[in-house]
Design a protein around this ligand. Structure first.
Ligand code: DQA
Length: 169
């Protein structure tokens, strides 16, 4: 390892990101290949974790099919996470409770980037609305699994900006 490489950063300074998945995303790889491809959730988690390491970040992963559990996982980012990459699945289209949770932690300096594997705007009208995206830093949709790379890079960029603006925080 090169001493100047990002992964040589001391563990305490390493940004920590929660990769969070909502309902039905545990079925990735089995579910509707034409829309979501054949990559499994475990593959997505492994690839994103590996990219995080390359970028000097720690990625921890969680998935739940239940709204309350997802809200608890978003709240738990207050114990040491710096950002969230979140595919809320169908909850993105109607969960004001999740939106409030994301907004609350964003207000504490924990930004969230929303990911949708499919292009939600090219699908049924009910998918065209995301009630969670407006309180996220941004939303990536329609880039397939590559969207997670875009989202992770984006959230880490924001964390670096946030830290640079608050040295010693
Ligand atoms: C999804 C899009 C949602 O509309 C859908 O309910 C999902 C997956 C996506 O990744 O494209 O479960 O979030």
């Amino acid at each position: 390892m090169n001493a100047n490489s990002p992964s040589a950063a001391p563990a305490a300074a390493r940004p920590r990101v929660l990769l969070l998945h909502g309902p039905n995303l545990n079925l990735l790889g089995e579910r509707d290949h034409a829309t979501y491809g054949s990559t499994t959730l475990r593959d997505v988690e492994e690839r994103t974790t590996a990219l995080g390491l390359e970028l000097g970040a720690e990625v921890r992963c969680a998935q739940s099919n239940s709204e309350g559990a997802l809200i608890d996982l978003v709240h738990a980012t207050r114990s040491g996470d710096d950002g969230i990459v979140f595919n809320p699945g169908a909850y993105a289209h109607y969960s004001y409770a999740l939106r409030d949770a994301i907004e609350a932690v964003a207000g504490l300096g924990i930004p969230c980037v929303e990911v949708h594997i499919s292009n939600v705007h090219a699908r049924e009208p009910f998918r065209h609305t995301s009630v969670t995206a407006p309180v996220c830093q941004g939303m990536v949709s329609g880039h397939g699994i590559f969207g997670y790379e875009l989202a992770l890079r984006s959230v880490l960029h924001r964390v670096a900006e946030w830290r640079a603006a608050r040295p010693g925080a």
